[in-house]
Design a protein around this ligand. Structure first.
Ligand SMILES: *Cc1c(COP(=O)(O)O)cnc(C)c1O
Length: 381
């Protein structure tokens, strides 16, 4: 079986883990945690990083640090992994779900502008959603498949409405937006280091940003809001820290970030080349303002001409190819069906047609050719 996306642990991972055992630093305090925070912040072009035990925890922490609380709304594209919406719900808030743009599969900026204009008013310095009376507390763009959202437009509107921006960049470390690094765009940017991301720490996440106070608060909240060493705590905090063991793996991984991202981009380009001109096959969007980190790569099948994607996946699996469907949008998920939402024509169309293809960083040329041949066979080219 050629897997969809598995970790590549052929660097210093084992050595650094052994070091944790030998020095007895296996828990949330340890040199690798600090080093990983510095390395990720630097790689993202941000000043500070706070490591967390997952990307979801990082999103929850970032939202909490920005004051998102019970009853609030947070603007979120519906086409995302459910963890983005869960993090909002963990704050007692609700996602206000938006469609994505066809050109980027990220938050539709024109729609955002229209909806804010129509549905939001500023009351006593707060942004209020007129129909529900709820406060709109933040915007959370998602960097889909490793590709940044159109941040100039989003940040412009965030400034106009005085809303903080938390980017769900879970799988987007390594991407660029108009030449800017991924951590230089939103107020807070959150990564995941889950096993299927480009860089993994087994499980883990990170909040990065330039705002010292905000990052200090995030760190404080992530460690049970402890004050001093005598079991004093000044808020309801979380136990969200990454362990030194996980950070050890993360440190070894991030040494190879450029290599991994370059490999992912090459695999993506090779798939595009191999399927170029094939009837019924479209590609993931590549707007000129974005340089994707190409977390996942694959194709979008044209529905009318081909079998359904789930059937294609099944057939590919019998041929030893680990292809998969991709995110089912949040507005179609039971816990979030009743949330305020825009029309969803793009999200409703796209998610049914995406086929992600094997893109592990150690995928060899023969394996990729085998994937291409199998896909073409299933699609009857
Ligand atoms: C992976 C992912 C997450 C969740 O990260 P975990 O580390 O699994 O909690 C959130 N959002 C997006 C877009 C993701 O891809």
């Amino acid at each position: 079986m050629i897997p969809l996306a598995i970790p590549n642990l052929s660097g210093n991972e084992g050595r650094y883990l052994q070091d944790c055992v030998e020095t007895n630093f296996v828990s949330t305090v340890g040199p690798f945690v600090t080093r990983f925070e510095e390395d990720v912040a630097k790689a993202a072009g941000a000043k500070y990083g706070v490591a967390t035990c997952s990307g979801t925890a990082g999103l929850h922490l970032a939202l909490t640090a920005l004051g998102v609380a019970r009853g609030d709304l947070v603007i979120l594209p519906s086409f995302t992994f459910i963890a983005s919406a869960n993090a909002i719900a963990h704050c007692g808030a609700a996602p206000w779900l938006f469609d994505i743009s066809k050109e980027s599969w990220t938050l539709d900026v024109e729609l955002l502008e229209k909806q804010l204009h129509r549905e939001v008013e500023r009351v006593a310095g707060r942004c209020v959603h007129k129909r529900s009376g709820r406060r709109v507390a933040a915007i959370m763009p998602v960097y889909t498949l490793g590709q940044p959202a159109d941040m100039d437009g989003i940040i412009g509107l965030a400034d106009e409405y005085q809303l903080p921006v938390v980017a769900d960049a879970a799988a987007a470390l390594g991407c660029r937006y108009k030449g800017m690094n991924v951590g230089q765009l939103a107020d807070l940017t959150v990564f995941s280091f889950n096993g299927n991301k480009t860089i993994t720490s087994g499980g883990g996440g990170m909040v990065v940003g330039d705002h010292e106070e905000l990052l200090r608060l995030a760190r404080h909240l992530s460690t049970t809001a402890r004050v001093g060493s005598d079991y004093d705590h000044d808020r309801v905090g979380f136990n969200y820290r990454l362990t030194n063991l996980q950070a050890a793996v993360g440190c070894a991984q991030i040494e190879r970030l450029n290599e991994f991202v370059n490999t992912k981009r090459r695999l993506d380009a090779q798939y595009r080349e191999a399927f170029k001109g094939c009837k019924g096959i479209e590609f993931f969007p590549a707007p000129d303002w974005a340089k994707s980190a190409c977390w996942f790569t694959g194709i979008a099948v044209v529905e009318q001409t081909l079998p359904a994607v789930s059937e294609i996946c099944q057939r590919l699996r019998t041929m030893g190819i680990g292809a998969r469907k991709f995110w089912k949008p949040v507005h179609l998920q039971s816990p979030f069906k009743a949330m305020p939402q825009t029309s969803m024509s793009v999200s409703n169309d796209i998610w049914r047609r995406i086929l992600t293809l094997p893109c592990s960083t150690h995928l060899c040329a023969e394996e990729q050719s085998q994937v291409v041949a199998s896909v073409l066979k299933v699609l009857e080219h």
